[in-house]
Design a protein around this ligand. Structure first.
Ligand code: NDP
Ligand code: OXD
Length: 309
């Protein structure tokens, strides 16, 4: 079995070493420009268009992340019949739950404001919020959205969720589709975005949508920067409609040094680290799926190309 590897932005050697441990029988090679030789599987992160193309023998592409936008954006360069398989959880669910819970609690317990007061040596009591006024709305009720909801439920936050198809999940007020979007927003004091980036969700969080949030709402974006129209968000933060935003992802990454988000005290920036791909867990998951495919069995995480995730 031949496996072709390309992990953009990372060194290939540790990936090869992990793959060698779990699939000792496989012939591994790192993709190089001009390599059009046959391969059975590709293991990729942000692959170049030339890599996937019409490669002889290719049975599936494994994405070493949850979001497959960088693969699907290659369009026709990725044959429609080629199965694209994403990581499902592989240790990311827990990390997302930690990140989002921290951000929600920080706003709920007003640590963001206490921190600003501390910088000004200002001892001032701030009245606590009521949980009933702090409903958290989760955009995306997939693998990661549901894990976030589970974590927040331990703190008794009232929860909303929004998905493409109607879901029925215990403890979550579920909304679906464009018809449920405005109501969902109107009743979400904290908005958590954990959607895949698709043509339908790109630019979804623009001025019109964010304006439906209650006055003094908070935004936490751990999905993709292009879900948000950044200038619209900035203006809504500056005029106070949005009281704070915690952003892990941006239109351009790394976030340029001159970007106004760096200077806005009510915006917290983290460097796309909400949930890291854990190499060992990911490779074990991929190896398990390769073995299942070789036995002719179905695997979880197969991307639906018509939906885009
Ligand atoms: P899933 O595919 O498991 O879930 C996606 C959810 O979004 C589903 O509930 C789906 O609805 C919903 N959805 C998709 N399109 C729409 C739409 N047009 N309208 C309404 N709802 C929609 O994804 P994951 O939970 O695994 O991951 C989500 C994203 O998180 C990834 O795509 C990636 O971009 C991002 N991510 C970011 C990381 C970071 O470090 N910042 C790390 C890992 C992931 P339905 O249930 O009906 O299918
Ligand atoms: C992912 C990511 O999609 O790390 O897995 O952003």
């Amino acid at each position: 079995m031949r496996i072709l590897v390309h992990v953009s932005g990372g060194k290939p050697d540790p990936w090869l070493a992990e793959l060698r441990t779990v699939l000792p029988e496989a012939e591994l090679r790192v993709w190089q420009p001009g390599d059009d030789d046959p391969a059975d599987y590709a293991v990729v992160w942000k692959p170049p268009a030339a890599m996937l193309g019409r490669r002889p023998g290719l049975k599936a592409v494994f994405n070493v992340g949850a979001g497959v936008d960088a693969i699907l954006e290659l369009g026709d360069a990725v044959p429609a019949e080629l199965p694209v398989i994403r990581l499902d959880d592989a240790g990311m669910g827990m990390q997302m739950a930690e990140y989002v819970t921290h951000a929600v609690l920080r706003y709920f317990r007003r640590f963001d404001e206490f921190s600003m007061q501390e910088n000004a040596a200002n001892w001032r009591f701030l009245k606590p919020y009521e949980k009933r006024d702090f409903r958290v709305g989760i955009l995306g009720l997939g693998v990661l959205g549901r894990r976030i909801a589970e974590a927040l439920a331990h703190f008794d936050f009232p929860l909303n969720g929004w998905s493409r198809s109607q879901r029925n999940l215990a403890g979550i007020q579920c909304y679906a589709g464009p018809e449920g979007f405005t109501e969902f927003l109107r009743h979400s004091r904290v908005l958590v975005c954990v959607l895949p980036l698709t043509p339908e969700t790109r630019g979804l969080l623009n001025r019109a949508a964010l304006a439906h949030l209650p006055q003094g709402a908070f935004l936490i974006n751990v999905a993709r920067g292009d879900h948000v129209v950044e200038q619209d968000l900035l203006e809504l933060v500056q005029n106070g409609h949005i009281a704070g935003a915690t952003l892990d992802v941006f239109n351009e990454e790394p976030l340029p040094r001159a970007h106004p988000f760096w200077k806005e005290p009510r915006i917290t920036v983290t460097p796309h680290c909400a949930a890291l791909t854990l190499r060992g867990d990911s490779i074990r998951q991929i190896a398990g799926k390769i073995r299942a495919l070789e036995r002719g069995e179905p695997v979880a995480g197969l991307v639906d190309r018509t939906k885009g995730y």
